[in-house]
Design a protein around this ligand. Structure first.
Ligand SMILES: C[C@H]1O[C@H](OP(=O)(O)OP(=O)(O)OC[C@H]2O[C@@H](n3cnc4c(=O)[nH]c(N)nc43)[C@H](O)[C@@H]2O)[C@@H](O)[C@@H](O)C1=O
Length: 288
């Protein structure tokens, strides 16, 4: 696959967790190379679900939220909407002759909950020579996430709950037993890997973007890191009337490591501290 010398990159979902992280890496970490032109569009500017919008599109997920959002609105959002916008995007990329497309599969839940038909992507390469692929991150967290109590991702919801519990002098309520294990990846790390996929990764097969299996840790350990980061000294209550969800969702990063043996992931405690600091300083604009 020969990448053109001049690359115009369109990032949809540009104001979300991953879109903002990609923007930071491109604009502040020297991620923009000579001959590249990046455009970031929010879902308001380019709503792939309802409009005829809409280079090289990178497509972070259309809906971001935790398990409650998925279970309450899961059918329409993760199946209907995703299928619709994927199909829509494939027609647009064909119409405007995009040579390359990276679809962000939200997270590894796609493997266990939702099926994206990668056969289509292989077909696109075979038939049209276009490299459309997907990345599959594990549980992503970071600035600009959804921090809503009810439907935020686990770490972001818990950061907000800890912040509120500290302010109000109440116990921190954690859903479930705290024993389920997860692999968390910092959004800026996903963004750096996204750029690598855009420029270097030539396979059509999707790639899992994850820390190692040995980094999978119980929710209660992450809760302690959040409490430390926000200097919360109050009581932590595990509400076992709430579901634990899957006990673990271990994903292998062997393939990623084969390509990038030296990539350094942001340690979880550091990423949590940075995200908590961002949340506290940007409380007014954070999605709560
Ligand atoms: C399907 C869905 O799945 C994911 O959503 P997630 O909720 O972030 O994470 P999870 O399902 O992997 O686990 C959450 C764990 O953590 C506990 N837990 C404690 N306290 C809170 C809490 O306050 N909020 C949440 N959400 N979970 C909590 C909860 O009981 C469970 O054991 C995202 O990847 C997402 O992208 C996605 O699509």
């Amino acid at each position: 696959f020969d990448r053109p010398h001049f690359m115009r990159v369109l990032v949809t979902g540009g104001s979300g967790l991953l879109g903002k992280a990609i923007e930071q890496v491109v604009k502040q970490e020297g991620g923009c190379l000579e001959g590249e032109q990046w455009t970031f569009l929010s879902s308001k500017e380019a709503n792939l679900v309802v409009s005829e919008v809409s280079a090289h599109p990178c497509h972070p997920p259309g809906c971001q939220g935790g398990r409650t959002l998925s279970s309450h609105e899961g059918e329409p959002t993760l199946s209907g909407e995703l299928h619709y916008l994927t199909t829509q995007f494939l027609s647009i990329t064909r119409l405007y002759d995009f040579p390359e497309w990276i679809f962000n599969c939200s997270n590894q839940n796609m493997i266990v909950c939702v099926c994206v038909d990668f056969t289509d992507y292989r077909g696109y390469f075979a038939q049209h020579g276009r490299r459309y692929t997907a990345v599959i991150p594990t549980n992503v967290y970071g600035p600009y996430d959804n921090f809503n109590f009810e439907n935020g991702h686990v770490l972001s919801a818990l950061m907000h709950k800890t912040y509120a519990a500290k302010k109000e002098g109440t116990p921190l309520q954690v859903w479930g037993s705290g024993t389920p294990r997860r692999q968390f990846i910092y959004s800026l790390d996903v963004a750096r890997l996204f750029l690598w996929v855009l420029r270097e990764y030539d396979e059509i097969d999707p790639i899992i973007l994850s820390v190692g299996e040995e980094e999978e840790l119980p929710i209660k350990d992450a809760v302690e890191m959040i409490a430390d980061a926000l200097d919360f000294k109050g009581q932590i209550v595990f509400d076992t009337s709430k579901s634990d969800g899957q006990i673990k969702k271990t994903a292998s990063n062997t393939k990623l490591r084969r390509y990038l043996p030296d990539f350094t992931f942001t340690p979880l405690s550091e990423g949590i501290k940075k995200t908590c600091d961002w949340f506290v300083h940007n409380y007014d604009i954070a999605r709560t």
